[in-house]
Ligand binder design. Sequence first.
Ligand SMILES: [Zn+2]
Length: 254
Amino acid sequence: MLNTKSDTLRRVVQADLNLQPRSSACWTAQLLSAFQGLRGCELYVRAVQTGHAITMQEFTADLKHRMRGVWRDAELVDPNTHNNKLATYHSWFAIPFSRNERMPINVPRYLHLDLSKHVMCNISRFRLRAHTLKVEAAAWLEDGTCVCDQCHGEDEHVQNKVHALLFCQDHRVCELRKHFSFSFTPFFEVFSAAQPFLLQQVNNQLVHDFLSQQNNRLFHFVSELMDLFVTGRDQSAADQPNNLAEGHPPLKPL
Ligand SMILES: [Zn+2]
Protein backbone atom coordinates (compact mmCIF):
# COMPACT_ATOMS: atom_id res chain seq x y z
CA MET A 1 0.00 0.00 0.00
CA LEU A 2 3.02 2.28 0.43
CA ASN A 3 3.53 1.97 -3.32
CA THR A 4 0.01 3.12 -4.13
CA LYS A 5 -0.53 5.99 -6.55
CA SER A 6 -2.92 7.57 -4.09
CA ASP A 7 -1.04 10.19 -2.13
CA THR A 8 -3.74 10.25 0.55
CA LEU A 9 -3.69 6.50 1.10
CA ARG A 10 0.13 6.49 1.24
CA ARG A 11 0.13 9.20 3.88
CA VAL A 12 -2.56 7.45 5.96
CA VAL A 13 -0.61 4.17 5.91
CA GLN A 14 2.62 5.95 6.80
CA ALA A 15 0.89 7.74 9.68
CA ASP A 16 -0.41 4.42 10.99
CA LEU A 17 3.10 2.97 10.76
CA ASN A 18 4.41 5.85 12.84
CA LEU A 19 1.63 5.32 15.36
CA GLN A 20 2.40 1.63 15.89
CA PRO A 21 5.07 1.94 18.66
CA ARG A 22 2.63 3.93 20.80
CA SER A 23 -0.74 2.28 20.06
CA SER A 24 -1.64 -1.40 20.07
CA ALA A 25 -5.02 -0.56 18.50
CA CYS A 26 -3.73 0.79 15.18
CA TRP A 27 -3.86 -1.30 11.98
CA THR A 28 -0.11 -1.82 11.82
CA ALA A 29 0.10 -3.10 15.42
CA GLN A 30 -2.71 -5.57 14.74
CA LEU A 31 -1.03 -6.72 11.55
CA LEU A 32 2.30 -7.25 13.33
CA SER A 33 0.60 -9.16 16.11
CA ALA A 34 -1.00 -11.49 13.51
CA PHE A 35 2.51 -12.51 12.39
CA GLN A 36 3.17 -14.19 15.75
CA GLY A 37 3.88 -17.90 15.38
CA LEU A 38 4.99 -17.67 11.77
CA ARG A 39 8.47 -18.98 11.00
CA GLY A 40 9.34 -15.75 9.18
CA CYS A 41 7.74 -13.49 11.82
CA GLU A 42 10.79 -11.26 12.30
CA LEU A 43 11.26 -10.88 8.57
CA TYR A 44 7.62 -9.88 8.00
CA VAL A 45 7.65 -7.43 10.91
CA ARG A 46 10.80 -5.78 9.55
CA ALA A 47 9.30 -5.63 6.05
CA VAL A 48 6.17 -3.87 7.32
CA GLN A 49 8.15 -1.46 9.46
CA THR A 50 10.47 -0.53 6.61
CA GLY A 51 7.83 -0.57 3.88
CA HIS A 52 9.39 -3.46 1.93
CA ALA A 53 7.40 -6.08 0.02
CA ILE A 54 6.71 -9.57 1.42
CA THR A 55 6.94 -12.54 -0.97
CA MET A 56 3.36 -13.77 -0.96
CA GLN A 57 4.18 -17.37 -1.94
CA GLU A 58 6.50 -17.77 1.05
CA PHE A 59 4.04 -15.99 3.30
CA THR A 60 1.16 -18.27 2.23
CA ALA A 61 3.27 -21.38 2.82
CA ASP A 62 4.18 -20.03 6.25
CA LEU A 63 0.52 -19.46 7.09
CA LYS A 64 -0.33 -23.03 6.08
CA HIS A 65 2.52 -24.36 8.23
CA ARG A 66 1.15 -22.48 11.24
CA MET A 67 -2.40 -23.73 10.62
CA ARG A 68 -1.17 -27.31 10.36
CA GLY A 69 0.39 -27.03 13.83
CA VAL A 70 -2.86 -28.16 15.41
CA TRP A 71 -2.63 -31.45 13.47
CA ARG A 72 1.04 -31.93 14.30
CA ASP A 73 0.02 -31.84 17.98
CA ALA A 74 -2.87 -34.26 17.37
CA GLU A 75 -0.46 -36.67 15.68
CA LEU A 76 1.15 -37.37 19.05
CA VAL A 77 -2.11 -38.49 20.68
CA ASP A 78 -3.57 -42.02 20.38
CA PRO A 79 -7.40 -41.89 20.08
CA ASN A 80 -7.60 -45.36 21.62
CA THR A 81 -6.21 -44.10 24.91
CA HIS A 82 -7.25 -40.43 24.85
CA ASN A 83 -10.80 -39.15 24.38
CA ASN A 84 -9.73 -36.41 21.99
CA LYS A 85 -11.75 -35.30 18.93
CA LEU A 86 -8.81 -33.89 17.01
CA ALA A 87 -6.73 -37.02 17.54
CA THR A 88 -9.67 -39.23 16.52
CA TYR A 89 -10.17 -37.32 13.30
CA HIS A 90 -6.49 -37.13 12.52
CA SER A 91 -5.78 -40.83 13.10
CA TRP A 92 -8.77 -42.36 11.37
CA PHE A 93 -10.08 -39.89 8.80
CA ALA A 94 -7.64 -37.14 7.90
CA ILE A 95 -6.37 -36.82 4.35
CA PRO A 96 -2.57 -36.71 4.52
CA PHE A 97 -1.14 -33.30 3.78
CA SER A 98 0.98 -32.81 0.71
CA ARG A 99 4.62 -32.22 1.55
CA ASN A 100 4.44 -29.20 -0.71
CA GLU A 101 2.88 -26.54 1.49
CA ARG A 102 1.94 -24.51 -1.56
CA MET A 103 -0.39 -27.23 -2.84
CA PRO A 104 -4.14 -26.72 -2.26
CA ILE A 105 -5.73 -28.81 0.48
CA ASN A 106 -7.94 -31.68 -0.74
CA VAL A 107 -11.41 -32.11 0.70
CA PRO A 108 -12.73 -35.58 1.67
CA ARG A 109 -13.75 -37.74 -1.30
CA TYR A 110 -17.38 -38.28 -0.24
CA LEU A 111 -18.00 -34.54 -0.71
CA HIS A 112 -17.41 -35.02 -4.45
CA LEU A 113 -20.08 -37.74 -4.72
CA ASP A 114 -23.75 -37.17 -5.37
CA LEU A 115 -24.88 -39.03 -2.25
CA SER A 116 -28.25 -38.44 -0.64
CA LYS A 117 -28.48 -35.71 1.99
CA HIS A 118 -29.18 -38.37 4.59
CA VAL A 119 -25.97 -40.26 3.79
CA MET A 120 -23.94 -37.04 3.56
CA CYS A 121 -25.21 -35.95 6.95
CA ASN A 122 -24.47 -39.33 8.55
CA ILE A 123 -20.94 -39.48 7.11
CA SER A 124 -20.18 -35.95 8.29
CA ARG A 125 -21.52 -36.67 11.75
CA PHE A 126 -19.54 -39.88 11.97
CA ARG A 127 -16.29 -38.26 10.84
CA LEU A 128 -16.63 -35.25 13.11
CA ARG A 129 -17.87 -37.09 16.21
CA ALA A 130 -21.17 -35.23 16.05
CA HIS A 131 -22.96 -38.46 16.99
CA THR A 132 -24.39 -40.10 20.06
CA LEU A 133 -22.19 -43.15 20.40
CA LYS A 134 -21.52 -43.77 24.08
CA VAL A 135 -18.03 -42.29 23.97
CA GLU A 136 -19.60 -38.96 22.98
CA ALA A 137 -22.91 -39.15 24.85
CA ALA A 138 -21.12 -39.95 28.12
CA ALA A 139 -20.25 -36.26 28.40
CA TRP A 140 -23.86 -35.27 29.00
CA LEU A 141 -25.69 -38.45 30.06
CA GLU A 142 -26.33 -38.97 33.76
CA ASP A 143 -24.68 -42.38 34.01
CA GLY A 144 -21.72 -41.07 31.98
CA THR A 145 -20.67 -44.52 30.82
CA CYS A 146 -18.78 -45.16 27.58
CA VAL A 147 -19.50 -48.90 27.68
CA CYS A 148 -21.33 -50.33 24.67
CA ASP A 149 -24.85 -51.43 25.58
CA GLN A 150 -25.27 -53.38 22.34
CA CYS A 151 -22.67 -56.03 23.15
CA HIS A 152 -23.92 -58.82 25.36
CA GLY A 153 -21.12 -60.46 27.27
CA GLU A 154 -18.98 -60.18 30.36
CA ASP A 155 -16.37 -57.96 28.76
CA GLU A 156 -17.00 -54.25 28.62
CA HIS A 157 -16.08 -52.34 25.46
CA VAL A 158 -15.88 -48.62 24.88
CA GLN A 159 -18.49 -47.75 22.28
CA ASN A 160 -16.49 -45.55 19.94
CA LYS A 161 -16.33 -45.42 16.16
CA VAL A 162 -13.85 -48.24 15.74
CA HIS A 163 -15.94 -50.43 18.04
CA ALA A 164 -19.04 -49.74 15.96
CA LEU A 165 -17.20 -50.28 12.69
CA LEU A 166 -15.29 -53.44 13.53
CA PHE A 167 -15.88 -54.94 16.95
CA CYS A 168 -19.48 -54.60 18.10
CA GLN A 169 -21.21 -57.99 18.24
CA ASP A 170 -24.77 -56.71 18.14
CA HIS A 171 -26.59 -59.02 15.71
CA ARG A 172 -27.97 -56.13 13.58
CA VAL A 173 -24.49 -54.63 13.21
CA CYS A 174 -23.08 -58.06 12.33
CA GLU A 175 -25.77 -58.52 9.68
CA LEU A 176 -24.90 -55.12 8.24
CA ARG A 177 -21.20 -56.01 8.07
CA LYS A 178 -22.03 -59.26 6.30
CA HIS A 179 -24.09 -57.31 3.78
CA PHE A 180 -21.08 -55.07 3.09
CA SER A 181 -18.49 -57.83 3.54
CA PHE A 182 -16.64 -56.85 0.34
CA SER A 183 -15.51 -53.70 2.15
CA PHE A 184 -14.01 -55.71 5.01
CA THR A 185 -12.37 -58.77 3.51
CA PRO A 186 -9.52 -56.94 1.70
CA PHE A 187 -8.42 -55.45 5.01
CA PHE A 188 -9.22 -58.02 7.69
CA GLU A 189 -8.31 -61.64 7.02
CA VAL A 190 -10.22 -62.98 10.00
CA PHE A 191 -13.49 -61.37 8.89
CA SER A 192 -16.02 -63.95 7.71
CA ALA A 193 -19.74 -64.64 7.58
CA ALA A 194 -19.33 -66.85 10.64
CA GLN A 195 -17.45 -64.14 12.52
CA PRO A 196 -18.38 -60.71 11.14
CA PHE A 197 -16.48 -58.83 13.82
CA LEU A 198 -12.91 -58.50 15.07
CA LEU A 199 -11.57 -59.69 18.41
CA GLN A 200 -8.02 -58.36 18.30
CA GLN A 201 -7.11 -54.68 18.32
CA VAL A 202 -5.98 -53.22 15.00
CA ASN A 203 -3.60 -50.34 14.52
CA ASN A 204 -4.76 -46.86 13.63
CA GLN A 205 -3.18 -46.98 10.17
CA LEU A 206 -5.27 -50.03 9.22
CA VAL A 207 -8.45 -48.27 10.40
CA HIS A 208 -7.45 -45.25 8.35
CA ASP A 209 -6.79 -47.40 5.27
CA PHE A 210 -10.15 -49.14 5.70
CA LEU A 211 -12.00 -45.82 5.92
CA SER A 212 -10.03 -44.40 2.99
CA GLN A 213 -10.81 -47.26 0.59
CA GLN A 214 -12.00 -46.26 -2.87
CA ASN A 215 -15.20 -48.32 -2.68
CA ASN A 216 -18.07 -45.83 -2.56
CA ARG A 217 -20.37 -48.37 -0.94
CA LEU A 218 -18.45 -47.94 2.29
CA PHE A 219 -20.25 -44.62 2.74
CA HIS A 220 -23.58 -46.44 2.71
CA PHE A 221 -22.32 -48.92 5.27
CA VAL A 222 -21.23 -46.10 7.58
CA SER A 223 -24.52 -44.30 7.08
CA GLU A 224 -26.57 -47.38 7.90
CA LEU A 225 -24.32 -48.05 10.88
CA MET A 226 -25.06 -44.55 12.15
CA ASP A 227 -28.77 -45.19 11.73
CA LEU A 228 -28.52 -48.32 13.84
CA PHE A 229 -26.55 -46.71 16.64
CA VAL A 230 -28.08 -43.25 16.62
CA THR A 231 -31.73 -43.88 15.81
CA GLY A 232 -31.94 -47.61 16.30
CA ARG A 233 -33.64 -47.92 12.91
CA ASP A 234 -32.62 -49.12 9.50
CA GLN A 235 -33.15 -46.15 7.18
CA SER A 236 -31.48 -47.62 4.14
CA ALA A 237 -34.54 -46.70 2.01
CA ALA A 238 -33.48 -43.07 2.41
CA ASP A 239 -29.97 -43.88 1.18
CA GLN A 240 -30.65 -44.82 -2.42
CA PRO A 241 -27.37 -44.33 -4.28
CA ASN A 242 -27.17 -42.55 -7.59
CA ASN A 243 -24.89 -43.26 -10.53
CA LEU A 244 -21.89 -41.50 -9.03
CA ALA A 245 -22.11 -43.35 -5.76
CA GLU A 246 -22.42 -46.64 -7.63
CA GLY A 247 -18.86 -46.41 -8.78
CA HIS A 248 -18.34 -43.58 -11.22
CA PRO A 249 -15.03 -41.84 -10.69
CA PRO A 250 -15.11 -38.85 -8.33
CA LEU A 251 -14.99 -35.38 -9.73
CA LYS A 252 -11.60 -33.76 -9.76
CA PRO A 253 -10.89 -31.60 -6.70
CA LEU A 254 -11.72 -27.97 -7.22
ZN1 LIG B 1 -20.85 -53.10 21.07
